[in-house]
Design a protein around this ligand. Structure first.
Ligand code: GLY
Length: 317
């Protein structure tokens, strides 16, 4: 494998130092698995990032619920967790589901029990900054301070949430899932995806990120794909698996990404968007495909000093 083919591909929002530190690990011979986990963990720990991990935006009740998945392209093994509360690094749980259980996806209380069993670090993930954004959004959709307090009080009668979620969703914030692709010296591809999901979601809602084939897919033979944006659309299209299968059946990467994005475009309502990143295993090229403008990704190859930022190609419906 030439050094230019060893790389990290990730969201444009991820800080350069985090990606460069991952490349340094690859230079010293670390596996794609270890590098993908480390980069994803660093992003989860970043308090300035409100779409993932610590300081992620909460659900409609003001509780942070995290989704993550981890996939190995070598053998298509995968692990994921959804709706996890109070764990510092959900990506650690996702990788451990793959390595230590016969399952692919654990959700909610079961995923948290598993996290405790493997000794994963617990942490309160809601920060003051994220809580203030939530309160502001609830006020904007017409809730009073009394209503907001009731949402948080487990002893208060259960509020009807469907209408609140519908109103909050129309004024959606965040949803910048973090996608991390790593290809190591053995040509092995690993994808790690982690998010706090769409803000103000109904409790228990899982997006595309923990759904293998929707928000994350890797196959060393053909390539890899991962999504950000409105997860419901990526789930309905089976976006990431479809992107990789398009490569398998002979499309170029641009054709493969455009096909998936065009299909997703046709499901979107006003103001909604989706973006998919791709890595073509055969050519080593990377790309981003989006239904909206202004969505970026970064790539750094082993022979480069720092990541380069690109804008994803806008695909019209
Ligand atoms: N793509 C992230 C989500 O919809 O939860």
């Amino acid at each position: 494998m030439e050094s230019k083919d060893i790389l990290i591909l990730a969201n444009g929002e991820i800080r350069d130092e985090i990606i460069a530190a991952g490349i340094e690990m690859l230079r010293t011979g670390a596996s794609a698995d270890d590098v993908a986990e480390k980069v994803a963990r660093d992003v989860e720990d970043d308090a300035d990032e409100h779409s993932v991990g610590f300081s992620g935006l909460p659900n409609v009740l003001g509780v942070v619920e995290l989704d993550a998945s981890f996939m190995e392209g070598r053998n298509r093994r995968a692990g994921a967790v959804a709706g996890v509360r109070n764990f510092r690094n959900p990506i650690v749980l996702a990788r451990a589901v793959m390595e230590r259980t016969p399952h692919v996806l654990l959700v909610g209380a079961g995923a948290e029990r598993f996290g405790d069993e493997i000794g994963a670090e617990r942490k309160e993930m809601l920060t003051e900054a994220a809580r203030n954004i939530w309160i502001e959004r609830m006020h904007k959709i017409g809730l009073s301070d009394f209503d907001i307090q009731a949402l948080q009080n487990p002893l208060a009668p259960q509020a009807a949430l469907i209408d609140i979620v519908q109103r909050a969703f129309n004024m959606r914030d965040g949803s910048d899932t973090m996608n991390v692709f790593v290809r190591d010296a053995s040509g092995h591809i690993v994808t790690a995806v982690t998010t706090s999901g769409v803000a103000w979601k109904y409790p228990g809602r899982a997006g595309d990120s923990p759904i293998i084939g929707a928000g994350n897919y890797a196959d060393d033979r053909y390539g890899a794909a991962a999504c950000m944006g409105l997860g419901e659309i990526a789930i309905r299209v089976g976006a990431s698996a479809r992107g990789v299968h398009n490569l398998r059946f002979g499309m170029s990467m641009d054709e493969a990404g455009a096909d998936v994005c065009r299909e997703m475009s046709s499901y979107l309502a006003k103001g909604q968007w989706v973006r998919m990143l791709m890595l073509d295993a055969k050519t080593g090229s990377v790309g981003g495909y989006a239904t909206a403008e202004g969505l970026h990704y970064k790539v750094q190859r082993l022979n480069e000093d720092r990541p380069t930022k690109y804008e994803a190609m806008k695909i019209a419906a």
